[in-house]
Design a binder for this molecule. Structure first.
Ligand code: BEZ
Length: 237
């Protein structure tokens, strides 16, 4: 029992290889992450099918699916429910649910049957302080090499902000493409942060005003990065 509890709270970390698994989904069987090599994935869990917060989330992700695909990212959902429950729930969402201006929403991304809790345990999605039978609302951002780059966790009661999930995906890709960091609340078109000076000479140079940087101090310099330059690089045409 003690070992089982430890297993349930194992959390993969940023920079770790995404734990591998094979799973049955609403889009057929998947081998993760090997089936997705070369693209980003967002692997996310929800507590249960046929529940209101989860339904609002699936409708939102369903509507945004194409937007994520344009950023070379596939969405993959998971809950500790079986495949027939998943199919019935997604059919109900499409046929019956109208919410927040969304209706007839077809969820075309895979939803994993994880009745065995195999995947949920590997990804620390079952957090016993919150529930021992339902996954919390976890979000894993996994890069094209299968490395975990960001994780977010929300409790059962709080629906996620999908604009923030998309913003984070674009920020991660901008960091990889342009070798920069992104400041608080960054969106494409905003100034970006250049890596801090690592030598005294470079710190001095930064403050001399020779480079095309806006330095608040030697360790905090930003530069312009045009919105189209960012989006042209990241989004598929
Ligand atoms: C919901 O999705 O509405 C929900 C699921 C589990 C606990 C609380 C709310």
């Amino acid at each position: 029992m003690e070992n089982q509890e430890i297993e349930m709270v194992t959390l993969p970390r940023i920079g770790d290889k995404a734990p591998e698994f094979k799973a049955v989904t609403t889009q057929g069987e998947i081998n993760f992450p090997s089936d997705y090599k070369g693209q980003w994935t967002i692997l996310f869990s929800h507590p249960a099918d046929f529940t209101p917060v989860c339904t609002s989330e699936f409708m939102t992700f369903g509507v945004m699916h194409e937007q994520f695909k344009k950023a070379n990212c596939e969405l993959i959902g998971l809950s500790i429910d079986g495949i027939h429950s998943h199919i019935a729930w997604l059919r109900t969402i499409k046929e019956k649910i109208e919410y927040n201006g969304m209706k007839n929403v077809e969820v075309k991304f895979p939803l994993i049957d994880d009745v065995s809790m195999n995947v949920a345990k590997k990804y620390g999605m079952v957090q016993p302080g919150e529930s021992t039978t339902q996954a919390v609302r976890a979000v894993f951002f996994i890069d094209p090499e299968g490395i975990i780059r960001t994780l977010m966790y929300y409790p059962l009661s709080t629906g996620r902000n999908f604009d923030e999930i998309y913003r984070t995906l674009i920020a991660l890709q901008a960091t990889d493409e342009f070798g920069i960091a992104t400041p608080a609340d960054w969106r494409p078109g905003d100034d970006v942060i250049v890596p801090p000076a690592k030598t005294s000479d470079l710190a001095e140079e930064r403050m001399s005003g020779k480079e095309e940087l806006d330095c608040k101090d030697w360790f905090f310099c930003t530069k312009k990065l045009d919105k189209d330059t960012v989006l042209d690089k990241i989004l598929k045409k």
